[in-house]
Design a protein. Sequence first.
Length: 281
Amino acid sequence: MEHDALDFSGRTVIVTGGNGGIGQGIVDVFSERNANVVVADFAPPLNPRVSLGTGELLQIRTDIAQRASIDAMVSQVMARFGRIDALINNAGRGEGMKRLPDVTQDTIDWILNLNINGTVHMTQAVVAEMRKVGSGSVVNITSAAALSGPAGKNDPMYAGAKGFLHSFTKAVAADLGPAGIRVNSVAPGWIVPESNEATSEGSFWNVMPIMGKPDQANAAHEEALKSGFGGAPTNQNDLPPLSKLGRPRDIGYACLYFASDAAAYSTGQVLAVGGGGYMPG
């Protein structure tokens, strides 16, 4: 029987920020494929989470801005499952609306600490375990803000931090390839959860009022479709070619591909998932 390259039975996947909007979609996709999924998040989910497949779903409160918290989480995962097959570096956030004249040193410090230091330290800790077995996959969640100037202009520090991750992805992929470890990036466009409840306390939907709520975005999208528009309802003058709203599972499926055996010959790549809003030349 042909091997199912997308089956994760017996494999362990860590998803940082797994209780947030995009994070929940990633967790659900891997859970459905029978992975043991570790949700490494500082914020609790708004609703209880359960495994959707034959694997376990384990919540471990983790602050990726603190190396000791990362190391404690990795130790707990290894003690429970004995292996880490994939790391999805999903945790990260920006200010939402902090253009260059408004950027302060405090803004710079916390954005870089969370989005860069946290991702680098998490990758270091997990890759140390992957090296021992000579295999593994790391997927960094970046942003369309790092691919397009107009998409990043309202929060340049966040865009810059995510741009760092694109370069980090390629450099580390080149470094770790001989060790059997692949590293890729997924750059989401405008992604809207199906409801307000499909977020966490720490989700940007709940801490940045300027973003509104998922229910509002969904309603605005439905109204836009009636007028022949679609895509991101916050920017109808520059909509992506695809009129559907991006959903957390769209990012989850991209991560599943990169983390799976189906992508065994792919490393150092950046995949934009934004309805065609960004098309590299």
